[in-house]
Design a protein around this ligand. Structure first.
Ligand code: ZN
Length: 177
């Protein structure tokens, strides 16, 4: 397994629309394992392939407290949604920011599991919100898109500043020591 680098907003690669997986083969299973390892290490409760610059329709989640419920969804498709749930969301690609977003409270989602078998899952609350957030990533969408333009621009500016600072740090260290 391997830790993958997570792209950060406003990286334009996060806007790529992922393509469906034709067959769940060993390459996809390795991707799933790496996504899970990267998600747990971050730590996070969900990660989409788009976030690690792999533009295939694959996402992983685990909303349990003890990392006991890893779930991998390949080619996820929401069949129906119901209700409204407003939750404070964060995102590994938008580090440090948490904002309220309204989504469906319960969903029915169809997907292929890591063995390539078709599954249908009916779920609500945190897992439903998490799956909707991750499917958005596969469509090139981020939770900041639901915020006001002013808020999004502010987050964009601060993250760009952070990213610039981080890029210059290794050089400064090499020069200093
Ligand atoms: Zn996210």
């Amino acid at each position: 397994m391997a830790l993958l680098k997570i792209l950060e907003f406003p990286d334009p690669r996060l806007r790529t629309k992922a393509t469906p997986v034709a067959e769940v083969d060993d390459e996809i299973r390795t991707l799933i394992d790496n996504l899970l390892e990267t998600m747990y290490a971050a730590p996070g409760i969900g990660l989409a392939a788009t976030q690690v610059d792999v533009h295939r329709r694959v996402l992983v989640t685990d909303v349990s407290e003890d990392k006991s419920q890893p779930l991998a969804l390949v080619n996820p498709e929401i069949l129906s949604k119901d209700g409204v749930e407003v939750m404070e969301e964060g995102c590994l690609s938008v580090p440090g920011y948490y904002e309220k977003v309204a989504r469906a409270d319960s969903i029915v989602v169809r997907f292929l599991d890591r063995d390539g078998n078709e599954q249908t899952l009916e779920t609500d609350g945190l897992l439903a919100v998490c799956i909707q957030h991750e499917i958005d990533h596969l469509d090139g969408k981020l939770f900041v898109d639901y915020l006001s333009q002013l808020k999004r621009q502010r987050i964009r500016k601060r993250l760009l500043k952070d990213q610039k600072q981080r890029q210059s740090e290794p050089e400064a260290q090499a020069a200093g020591h």
